[in-house]
Design a protein around this ligand. Sequence first.
Ligand code: 5RP
Length: 232
Amino acid sequence: MSESKRAAGRLAADLVESGTIVGLGTGSTVFFVLERLSERIREEGLTIQGVPTSVDTETKAGTFGIPLATLDEVSAIDMTIDGADEIDGGYQMIKGGGGALLREKVVASLSSRMVIVIGADKVVERLGTTFDLPVEVVPFARSVVQRRIEALGGAPTLRTDKENSRAAYLTDNGNEILDVHFEAGIADASGLERALAEIPGVVESGLFIGLAHDMVVGQEDGSAELSSKARQ
Ligand code: 5RP
């Protein structure tokens, strides 16, 4: 499993050009991106500024010696490299397995190019068939949002803290996450993204539509391949 992630992460990090601002996604595949960027900074003198999408990535990037910037300091991002939980043939994605969906979507929305790094197991025919959809919600509104999501055909489960299963997991923004199961997967991802956004109390959903430009798919044999979305 980690060999495919490593291969994808390293190839994507090699696409980064000196003098650019790079959005740094979150997760175990992005770890290998950070590792390779750090190598390139030391060995080639690569100069970049990274914009982290989570506290976890900020900490790891700092340890790797990657110079960082905040959204107060930059207004546009040249390239973002991030993982995904599922991606389909139209480059629509489910993200948020690591809980960083809100900051990831903000950073993606500012990026000229978004490159997704994944192992081959993340490519699906239909979203929602192998992974439940994370939805970030304001704690105050959780029960209301749960009922509204049920009315849309989803079965939400409150994500719990890894260390204390009786406590709700909290995002970097102090919100909770509902992981929503759709029995037959998600037929209309754009429509569902809009419907969720209309529910008061929903902060963001893990549906990423029209944001990814490229994907790097890694294999367990250590190979990786870059493909790009056809322009419409
Ligand atoms: C975090 C994410 C991650 O990109 C996604 O969960 C994939 O993670 P990993 O690379 O560890 O499989 O969306 O919010």
